[in-house]
Design a protein around this ligand. Structure first.
Ligand code: BGC
Length: 279
């Protein structure tokens, strides 16, 4: 793999997907590889599967790898696990994937990854203002990008609507759970997005997740103030965003290491000068 490529991995409620991504265009360099999410979705079972999807592309140690997780990930540690096994809570995500895959990785929330991907290469590319990205899948993921800055770990899929956790009724999985037809599901979506508008006043709303392929079935029926558009990267936004975020993190870490070496050298020089003066 060349310098301009990073590998993105997206852990979902039903599938674990990966693809190498061009950091210039955001396009997949090879076909996406998917393995169904193991059940129970314990840390060991998922980490083993993540290692398999990574191994499929045989990346060198130089290739940045980003892993998107369907829960809050704060400083590498999983803090919530609404749609995967509870054993995840408190797990060091970066460390467990590194152990199984034998490769260092960068980790982040899946909706944050999708939001970053859409901002770098998709429907939010270069856009200022407040952009709300939502993913409709097993749960509802949310990310907000304000003038290019992502606010991490927004958990707005869990606001209460009609006394219920919103994602229970408005995620894509609710269609099966409650046997909703399109119109019934659209009613739930309308309530959800109206509430988002009432609270956040976004300039643009982007909808990702597997169902965004069928956006023509539901987006035109929603009555909202802000434009609501499908994710341009569709269900690939998480993979692309994870890859791009990993590349950015690797660069940041390298720059910090270089700056630390530079300041250590400068300190050494100053100390040598002071010692020479004294002698
Ligand atoms: C989780 C979020 C996640 C979303 C989409 C929600 O249940 O709490 O962290 O982004 O599902 O996977």
């Amino acid at each position: 793999m060349s310098n301009d490529i990073a590998l993105g991995v997206d852990i979902g409620g039903t599938g674990i997907k990966a693809a190498p991504v061009s950091l210039k265009t955001g396009a997949f360099i090879e076909d996406r590889y998917r393995i169904p999410t193991p059940q129970p979705s314990t840390p060991d079972a998922i980490a083993r599967t993540v290692a398999k999807v990574i191994a499929k592309f045989n990346p060198s140690t130089q290739v940045p790898i980003g892993v998107a997780f369907p829960g809050v990930v704060q400083h590498g540690i999983v803090k919530t696990a609404a749609n995967v096994d509870d054993q995840w809570i408190g797990t060091d995500l970066r460390a467990i994937i590194r152990d199984y895959a034998g490769h260092d990785v960068h980790v982040l929330n899946d909706a944050d990854a999708a939001g970053y991907g859409e901002y770098k290469f998709g429907a939010a590319h270069g856009q200022g203002g407040s952009i709300l990205l939502t993913t409709l899948g097993t749960g509802i993921g949310t990310a907000m990008i304000v003038d290019g800055t992502l606010v991490p770990n927004l958990e707005l899929g869990h606001i209460m609507i009609d006394g219920h956790d919103a994602e229970d009724r408005a995620a894509e999985s609710a269609r099966d759970r409650y046997g909703y037809d399109w119109d019934q599901w659209i009613d739930e979506l309308q309530k959800y997005y109206s509430e988002m508008e009432r609270l956040l006043w976004p300039d643009l709303i982007i909808v990702g997740g597997g169902i965004s392929k069928s956006h023509h079935m539901f987006l035109p029926k929603l009555r909202l103030r802000a434009p609501i558009v499908p994710a341009e990267l569709l269900n690939g936004a998480g993979i692309v965003g994870a890859a791009a975020a990993a590349a950015a993190a690797v660069k940041r870490e390298r720059d910090q290491a270089k700056a630390a070496v530079k300041s250590a050298r400068a300190a050494q020089k100053r100390a040598a000068k002071a010692a020479a003066k004294e002698s």
